[in-house]
Every structure is written in structure tokens, then in C-alpha cells.
Design a protein around this ligand. Structure first.
Ligand code: NAD
Ligand code: ZN
Length: 373
């Protein structure tokens, strides 16, 4: 039996991964998670798989972390503070949890006696900033973030920095220059680079997975700081309009949590994954307005709840970013299995039973107070 440690394994993505690992029967699974209050207001979640050993601990505490890491063959490092907006005013906390936490893990791998032969880490699409675009005249362009001080917001689209033409979004591959636009993104970028570097230095296979926008059951419906699908869902369930920034036509790449789990399993199992970075998305852009409309329709609230399109710009937001998944398809044989429509249906079926406390107003007020909206 191989021993797998999943840090953050009580969370949304981690708990689904744990379920699959346990099912395989040839892994002995341990979860290390501090049960962060914002994510787990009621402690250990009811969905927690009791066939995985649970250890409550914090990645910021090297002593606690060392005990579990030196006893593992495989480590999947998912523990992190995950709110993009919140990271802009809880800077030290995000840096501590995500950069220092990973540094602790790497220090253990570099200095202690251990058997770890694979480390999979969760990176994020947020490290790209704007996605890749094409200009009719200038070819492929990686534009800077939009700056609306210079122009009238009649057109939300990204413009070519050279000829000022409107750009067309194209899939973003892994070698696109990175341009983090939040503290959260910076921490994910640092985490990825530090892990790959130490992996190469000590010959420990590291795989960095850049997850795009993950959705599915168990994403906290009460944590207003993460996951647009979950935030909208909890608003609509409570008969309140989902609040949309800009005109709603900005796009993201929404990927079903089960597909993310498959990418993690392939990374654990395939040697070809070693020392590589992979995008994990679907390759299909979906607009934020479409997410809101789909959820309203599926929840049977059409005509009762309408999206609130605010035409407001949230500082640091990107217009379009969706994955080029050529690399993960080719090297790991990965294929996303659940379409957006199917996934949204599955999400709704789960949400009918789940508790959703709408804390959106509180989160939105905080962003306003810090002048981030
Ligand atoms: N959900 C997404 O769309 C998405 C996209 C890109 C990347 N990611 C990454 O995937 C990973 C998992 O995210 P998620 O969506 O499941 O979030 P989540 O908040 O549901 O899970 C994170 C888990 O980590 C735990 N945790 C937080 N800080 C910790 C600490 N200091 N020590 C120990 N445990 C701690 C939390 O209690 C929680 O159970 C994160 O690294 C995140 O950055 C997620
Ligand atoms: Zn141009």
C-alpha cells in the first residue's frame, strides 16, 4: 500500500480526491488540514471520508507537517488560503499559508529523511493574469490588465497594446508569460516555482497543476470569497440576484471537480508527468452571464430572479482566460469528461440538499470598504 498525504484534504477539491484514492484500495490515505474557520464553520465536514485518517494541523507549523510528510510516499499539496479578493487585504495571511506553508513542506523534503517520490501541487490559472489573445494585425498578444482610467467604459474588451485594436481571446498555453494580478496569484506562482525548483534540485518528481475555475458539490456555498458558480448558486437559492461585474460577457474556463480529480490521479500515477506544469481546464470559454442564466433556469427561478449586471469594474479582474489543454491531453491522456451543461445540472442536484448561507453582501461590503470595487 502506498501512503498518500493530501494537505487540505477536508476541502472542496481535496475531499473528492480523497474519495477516489480510497476507492482504489491500493492507497493508504491521510489528510492534513487545519479546518480553516471560513471554509469549515462547523468543523470536520459531514462528507469527510472516514476511511482516510484525519490529522488536524496547519502547514504553517513545520513541526506538525514534518510528522506526516516523513511518513508518506506521495504528497498532494492542496492546503491554501483561496480567496482572490480577500488576499488583497489579508496579505500576510495569504503569504504565510501559501508561500511559507509550501516552503515548510519543501524544507522537510530537502532536509529530512523521507520516502516521498512524488509531489503534486495545486497551482492556478490566476497566475496568467489576462489570457492569450490574437490581434488581426500584430498576431498573438499577451496584453496587460485593462486600465479604465484612460478610457470611457463602453467597450470592456481588451485592446492591443500596439495598435489599440480589439483583441480576440485564444486558448492560453502553459508557456504564456505570467502576470499575477492578486496576492493570491503571486503566492500560487511562487509556490509552483519553488516546488519545481526544489524537485529538480533533489530529484523529487514534482507536478504542478494549474487548475482553471473548478466547480462542483462541496464547494462552500457559504464562503463568499471563492467560486463564482457557488456564489451565484447561493444567491439564487436565496431568491437574490447574482451580482455580475462589467457586462457579464467576460469568460472563464469552468471545469468539473471530478475532472480535476482525474488530472491529479494521472499526475500521481504517470511518470511522464514528472517535473512538468499542466493546465487543467476544458478549453471551452463560458461567459459569467451564461453561468448566472444557466443556474437561474436550472433552479426554476426564471422570471423570478434576474442577473444584476452592474457594469462595474472590479480592480484586477481579467476579461478572458481559458485553457489550452494540448499538453495534458498529449502527455497524460487527460480528457475532461463532464460538459458545462451536465456539470451545472449535477451541481444543482447537490445544491438542492446543501445548506447555503448567503454572505455575499458582507464580502462585497468589505471589497467596497477597501476600494477594490
Ligand atoms: N477551486 C478552484 O477553482 C481552484 C482553482 C485553482 C486552484 N485551486 C487550488 O486548489 C487547492 C484546493 O482548493 P479548494 O477549492 O478545494 O479550496 P478549499 O478552501 O475548499 O480547500 C482548502 C483546504 O485547505 C485547508 N487549509 C487552508 N489553510 C490551511 C493551512 N494553513 N494548513 C492546513 N490546511 C489549510 C482548508 O481548511 C480547506 O479544507 C488550493 O491550493 C487552491 O489554491 C483551486
Ligand atoms: Zn495590434
Amino acid at each position: 500500500m502506498e501512503k498518500v498525504l493530501v494537505t487540505g484534504g477536508a476541502g472542496f477539491i481535496g475531499s473528492h480526491l480523497v474519495d477516489e484514492l480510497v476507492k482504489k484500495r491500493h492507497y493508504k490515505v491521510t489528510v492534513f488540514d487545519n479546518l480553516e474557520q471560513q471554509v469549515h464553520p462547523d468543523g470536520l465536514p459531514e462528507y469527510y471520508n472516514i476511511r482516510a485518517k484525519f490529522i488536524r494541523g496547519d502547514v504553517r507549523n513545520k513541526r506538525q507537517l514534518k510528522e506526516v510528510v516523513i511518513d508518506s510516499d506521495i504528497v498532494v499539496h492542496l492546503a491554501a488560503a483561496v480567496g482572490v479578493g480577500q488576499s488583497q487585504y489579508q496579505i500576510a495571511k495569504y503569504v504565510d499559508s501559501n508561500i511559507q506553508g509550501t516552503a515548510n513542506l519543501l524544507d522537510i523534503l530537502a532536509n529530512e529523511k523521507h520516502n516521498v517520490k512524488k509531489l503534486v501541487i495545486a497551482s492556478s490559472m490566476s497566475i496568467y493574469g489576462e489570457g492569450l489573445y490574437e490581434c488581426k494585425k500584430c498576431g498573438k498578444v499577451k496584453p496587460p490588465l485593462r486600465n479604465f482610467k484612460d478610457r470611457n467604459i463602453l467597450n470592456w474588451e481588451t485592446l492591443c497594446p500596439d495598435c489599440k485594436d480589439v483583441l480576440k481571446p485564444v486558448p492560453t498555453p502553459e508557456d504564456t508569460p505570467l502576470m499575477s494580478n492578486s496576492i493570491y496569484a503571486i503566492t500560487k506562482k511562487e509556490q509552483e516555482e519553488m516546488s519545481l525548483l526544489i524537485g529538480r534540485t533533489y530529484g523529487i518528481p514534482v507536478v504542478a497543476l494549474r487548475f482553471f475555475n473548478v466547480y462542483g458539490p462541496r464547494q462552500s456555498l457559504s464562503n463568499p470569497y471563492t467560486g463564482v458558480a457557488a456564489i451565484f448558486l447561493s444567491r439564487i437559492k436565496n431568491n437574490k440576484p447574482p451580482v455580475i461585474y462589467e457586462d457579464g460577457l467576460q469568460t472563464r474556463d469552468f471545469i468539473w471537480v471530478g475532472d480535476i480529480v482525474n488530472a491529479c490521479l494521472l499526475s500521481i500515477e504517470k511518470e511522464e508527468a514528472n517535473h512538468q506544469v499542466f493546465n487543467v481546464g476544458t478549453g471551452n470559454p463560458v461567459s459569467i452571464l451564461k453561468v448566472a442564466e444557466t443556474l437561474i433556469e436550472l433552479l426554476g427561478k426564471k422570471g423570478k430572479v434576474h442577473p444584476d449586471v452592474t457594469y462595474k469594474f472590479r480592480k484586477g479582474d481579467v476579461r478572458h482566460c481559458y485553457a489550452d489543454i494540448t499538453r495534458i491531453k498529449k502527455i497524460l491522456g487527460f480528457k475532461p469528461e463532464i460538459s458545462f451543461e451536465e456539470g451545472m445540472k449535477k451541481l444543482i442536484n447537490w445544491a438542492k440538499r446543501a445548506k447555503a448561507v448567503d454572505k455575499f453582501e458582507k464580502a462585497s461590503q468589505e471589497l467596497k470598504k477597501k476600494k477594490l470595487v
